[in-house]
Design a protein around this ligand. Structure first.
Ligand SMILES: [Mg+2]
Length: 413
């Protein structure tokens, strides 16, 4: 049996290395095994015996928000809310390259259609956020349509709902304020949500010189936040701020204060540096919100470059692609948590994903509710006592105010 380095570090070596080196968790898994796991079908099509032929797929715009409306031949409708923050810039790809592909297709074949869409007119050359936010918006709408046809929530379509209550962490979006100001902001986030977990930002964001957003902010903030919230689970995100040496120094400080994960310590696409940091620390390292490639995730998982994979449901191209990442991680005994895009109904997307995730972390990201008028018969759609209830109705289980949809304009090429 091939032994991973951490498995090889037996009791003596672990003792010699003191706290350095990750806790030995997870399982050895080969690339071939991960490929096999990723090929397993994600979509469950029970209750979908007849073709669901897509008649139209439209992009609607209401102010700064973008919606996708898909209709089948029988007039049934699926709706999704796109990642509007990015679709504002990439919508021509949706209108010209993604939406036309779906017309006339059987929605039940969505899983295979995603690959055909990737090949269609060389769409793969656009791989990255620009393509994936468009594909995700389309996929979400088709899933909503399939959910309505089969009377299943998204989580059942994606393998089966395991939980309907999702405990959230509130994430601060600020960097560059003083540590005292940041602690006050975090107190407000806890007060308004009852969240039992928090995340905040470290370092200078994509710096090449390890400089902080304010001198000494990070080193002051890590112990201050712990002292202010002694009972909360704490995560922190460096947004690609650090060299390996600096990331290890900051990670050790987080370990000292009992933090639960360290996100994007090094440049997000420098997987070797990220692995070097993860190997040196005991605190779990998380990464993946910018990862566009399934093979990028496979490499991270096979090499244990991270401890927690963080696909963004929009930036990685939808629920199905992200579930494959989660399943590969699960095969390696690793956790998965969705990164939440800060626009649209990102909180709801994340909650549905976690509802059926085999290997979630304890808390899921929540950045607040968007200004889109939605309601649900099965969820208040707000965080109560730190928990959001996942809607259990068909598809996304929500209704977007019909007046709002009527006011939206169809976006043309
Ligand atoms: Mg992040």
């Amino acid at each position: 049996m091939r032994l991973r380095r951490r498995s090889f570090l037996g009791a003596t070596a672990m003792a010699l290395s003191s706290r350095r080196g990750r806790a030995d968790q997870g399982r050895d898994v080969s690339m071939e095994e991960l490929d096999r796991v990723a090929r397993e079908p994600v979509l469950r099509l029970e209750g979908l015996g007849s073709p669901v032929e897509i008649a139209s797929m439209e992009l609607l715009r209401h102010g700064r928000e973008y919606l996708v409306r898909v209709r089948d031949r029988g007039g049934a409708e699926g709706m999704s809310v796109a990642n509007s923050m990015h679709l504002e810039h990439t919508y021509p790809i949706f209108v010209n390259r993604v939406a036309p592909f779906f017309r006339g297709k059987d929605a039940r074949l969505l899983e295979n259609l995603l690959w055909e869409l990737y090949r269609h007119r060389d769409n793969y050359k656009y791989q990255g956020l620009a393509l994936w936010v468009c594909v995700a918006a389309a996929e979400f709408a088709v899933l909503d349509l399939l959910g309505k046809h089969s009377a299943q929530p998204i989580g059942d379509l994606l393998g089966g709902v395991r939980r309907r209550e999702v405990a959230v962490y509130r994430a601060s979006g600020t960097r560059g304020n003083t540590p005292e100001e940041e602690v006050e902001d975090l107190r407000r986030l806890v007060a308004e949500s009852g969240a039992k977990a928090l995340k905040f930002r470290l370092g200078g964001r994509m710096r090449q010189d390890d400089a902080d957003s304010l001198p000494g902010r990070t080193e002051a903030l890590i112990p201050m936040v712990r002292a202010a919230f002694p009972d909360l689970t704490l995560y922190a995100d460096a947004n690609s701020s650090y060299s390996v040496a600096k990331a290890i120094e900051i990670g050790r400080l987080m370990e000292e204060h009992g933090y639960a994960f360290f996100e994007e310590p090094c440049r997000f696409d420098h997987l070797g540096d990220t692995k070097a940091v993860a190997d040196a620390l005991t605190i779990p390292v998380a990464n993946g919100e910018q990862e566009a490639s399934a093979y990028g995730f496979r490499w991270m998982i096979a090499h244990r470059a991270v401890d927690v994979v963080q696909p963004d449901l929009h930036y990685h191209g939808g629920f199905i692609r992200s579930m494959r990442v989660a399943r590969m991680a699960d095969a390696a005994g690793m956790k998965c948590t969705p990164h939440m895009s800060g626009s649209g109904l990102g909180y709801l997307d994340a909650a549905h994903f976690v509802s059926c995730l085999p290997n979630p972390v304890e808390f899921t990201e929540f950045k607040g509710n968007a200004g889109i008028p939605v309601r649900s018969d099965t969820s208040s759609l707000v965080v109560e006592h730190g928990v959001v209830q996942v809607p259990s109705g068909p598809g996304f289980g929500i209704t977007i105010d019909p007046a709002y949809v009527n006011e939206a304009q169809v976006v043309r090429a």
